[in-house]
Design a protein around this ligand. Sequence first.
Ligand SMILES: *Cc1c(COP(=O)(O)O)cnc(C)c1O
Length: 391
Amino acid sequence: MLIEPSRRVKDLPPYLFAKIDKMREEIIAKGVDVINLSIGDPDLPTFPNIIEKMKQSIKDPKNHRYSSYEGMLSFRESVAKWYKSRFNVKLDPEGEVLSLIGSKEGIAHTPLAFVDPGDIVLVPDPCYPVYPTATKFAGGIPYFLPLVHKNQFFPDLKNIPLEVLKKAKLLFLNYPNNPTTSLGTRKFFTEVVKFARKYNILVCHDAAYTELYYDENYKPISFLEIEGAKEVGIEFHSLSKTYNMTGWRIGFAVGNSEAISALGKIKTNIDSGLFQAIQEAGIEALLGDQTRVHELRNIYKKRRDELVKGLRESGFNINPPLATFYLWLQNPPGYTSEKFTSKLLSECGIVTTPGNGFGNSGEGYIRIALTVDFERIKEAVYRIKKADFLK
Ligand SMILES: *Cc1c(COP(=O)(O)O)cnc(C)c1O
């Protein structure tokens, strides 16, 4: 290396999943049949109607050129249509929708649009690691809001010191929540809108998991359903989890038009838009036949129920999550998260994610992903029962 990397790079924490990948590789090298329940990446293929659309779209030379920065209007219109039918939220496709190269891209660029060095960003703890990292890239300071069980994994907004609130620009939220699996409620979101108005803070709600629910009676809501939300917030969405499209990189941001425009300005100077053929496939995903999404929910439900049942029979205390493809499992007595994940790996050959990897308040839990097929879930249950963690 000729020159030293920036402080920004040197100060990065080791990427959580990289560390787990390494642990897994070491144990696979020893010949263990490893069951990987650590990664938030759907194991099933993209739905066939979307692939067919892509096959046609990729042949069209008009799709081979630079896209418009804010995304094709037809894609943004399909987003607006989907939001209206799914959440009854009205969006102007021209000013209130921005296409993203995956929602992670938009989340990561958002602090650059709003945060000056020394500004504070309110970040839930535990959380998707992009929120604090992107904050620091922009020179901002993350202020962590613990998500604990006794508050239904909602941050305690009343407990933030006034000096912090004065410097706070953004509040990141994520419901259904990764990793705690909890759902947003109208009551909490209403409190958030009031809070954001009072302290002049932009709410950035990551809604990647709203479509992965298990019960029609507990359908996750959009933050933008709340009256006044569009004045104070934007919402990030993604096709990744709903349509098994993580590799395609397609998502969008919706909501407050000034905020959407500021984020768009950052993007104009960094990327040159999203491959048009992928946007056309995205339209098919959002507006085409949704039968496969229902099927997908049932597949995850079967896995969830099997694992929850097995864990309960092993003495664990766990309620089935209402959304997301994760379980947020409390450690057995006497275990830290690190010790519990290590023991699951060494004794059962099962890879999970220690809760503290998502932030200090994740200590006491591990995250288990339901992204392997039913037979492997059954095998995992068998191994966990045999290990008898609660003996
Ligand atoms: C998977 C995930 C996303 C989606 O990422 P994409 O970049 O759209 O693939 C966003 N937020 C959270 C919390 C996630 O787990």
